[in-house]
Design a protein around this ligand. Structure first.
Ligand code: PLP
Length: 393
């Protein structure tokens, strides 16, 4: 009938990975034995203590609206967690709980990025960052990192990318898709560049609990200057295997910003699920830490096996991840597909039933992402199929 849509909604791109996941589904439905290495969530169940608390909350009738930012005991438990585990001192009114870290990121970008503002995003990046910036009318400034720098933005790259229009830098440590973790020194070097500027830092620390042999540092903990300019984003989806519960949070020393985001959320979604809030308190108090550690150890074993196996395949190489549950595999030495990760992912899915995510989806060509959030048996079978595929090229 000729009506139009809002310009901003049409600016959102369709996920680059949809073509691959649709093909994987079609092949599965047609009876093909498809092994998926594209999972973005742990294959472990939520720890029992957390589920028990949810059942208690439900039975006691804790089923009504709550404060928008979260119930006081939840905010108190997050405050305690940030201080105990991250060395970050926030007050309760500097924390706001949302429907997953994705929602926290949406809120903060809506609240800070105006039309024309530039947001620096190191590539490879988690697919959602540039889309959220574009939706707010901002301009993503993509800074290509290299395998040599472990896919981390360097201080000199950051310096070059800054213009008078720069509003924000988005950091993600440990990283999806590369699994790399910024060291204290690397964060300090970036902090030095930002000193004296009005640039906000959004630090997405979703995978902090899943680290292998390195220490995780919160970006805001580096200095008082970083504490003031950083919005810390975290949640329970990955570290406690609670993807379906929908809980994430942001913390900022700028109380006005937190209040403004509270206003936004109060007009959109209000509080998150009341039962999830009660259950999450158990996680933030550390009562599921043993289960989290068991999961981390299992991930580390799978990572070591898969990483070594991939590095033994001619034409493939991967930097050992220090966190998260992904391998970002260099395919550039492969004939035919070296610089076409989408074509590579299509072909290996059709020929071998192996589902991977193309690097182009994360803003870096010549790589594919393999998720090791699946059993060791599946990983062994997957590696064997990848060997078959590359041998035949
Ligand atoms: C880097 C990163 N940040 C944030 C999220 C969002 O997690 P959630 O919205 O489930 O809390 C994800 C999920 O894939 C992620 O990989």
């Amino acid at each position: 009938m000729g009506q139009s849509y809002a310009r901003r909604i049409e600016s959102l791109g369709e996920s680059t990975t949809i073509a691959i996941s649709t093909l994987a589904r079609e092949l599965k439905q047609a009876g093909k034995d498809v092994l998926s290495f594209s999972a973005g969530e742990p294959d472990f169940d939520t720890p029992q203590v957390i589920k028990d608390e949810a059942i208690r909350a439900l039975k006691s009738g804790f089923t009504k609206y709550t404060a928008v930012a979260g119930i006081p005991e939840l905010l108190e438990s997050i405050k305690g967690k940030l201080e105990r585990e991250n060395g970050l001192k926030y007050e309760k009114n500097e924390i706001l709980v949302s429907n997953g870290a994705k929602h926290s990121l949406f809120n903060v970008i809506q609240a800070l990025v105006d039309v024309g503002d530039e947001v620096i995003i190191p590539s490879p990046y988690w697919v959602t960052y540039p889309e959220l910036v574009i939706y707010s009318g901002g301009k993503p400034v993509i800074v290509q990192t290299t395998q040599e720098s472990n896919f981390k933005i360097t201080a000199s790259q950051l310096k070059k990318a800054i213009t008078p229009k720069t509003k924000m830098l988005i950091l993600n440590t440990p990283s999806n898709p590369t699994g790399m973790v910024y060291t204290q020194e690397e964060i300090a070097a970036l902090a030095e560049v930002l000193k004296g500027t009005k640039i906000w830092v959004v630090s997405d620390e979703m995978y902090e609990k899943l680290v292998y042999g390195v220490k995780f540092y919160s970006v805001a903990a580096i200095s008082d200057d970083m504490m003031q300019r950083t919005i810390t984003i975290n949640g329970l989806s990955k570290s406690v295997s609670m993807t379906g519960w929908r809980i994430g949070y942001l913390a900022s020393k700028d109380r006005k910003l937190v209040q403004l985001i509270n206003n936004l959320q109060s007009q959109c979604t209000s509080n998150i699920n009341s039962i999830t809030q009660k259950a999450a308190v158990v996680a933030f108090k550390g009562e599921a830490d043993n289960e989290i550690e068991e999961m981390r150890v299992a991930f580390e074993e799978r990572m070591n096996f898969t990483c070594d196996a991939i590095n033994n395949i001619q034409g493939l190489s991967v930097n050992k991840p220090q966190g998260a549950f992904y391998l970002f595999i260099n395919i550039q030495q492969l004939p035919q597909y070296g610089n076409d990760s989408m074509a590579f992912c299509h072909k290996i899915l059709e020929d071998q039933g192996v589902a991977l995510v193309p690097g182009c989806a994360f803003g870096m060509e010549g790589f594919v992402r393999l998720s090791f959030a699946c059993s060791l048996e599946q990983l062994k079978e997957g590696v064997a199929r990848i060997v078959n595929f590359t041998k035949a090229l």
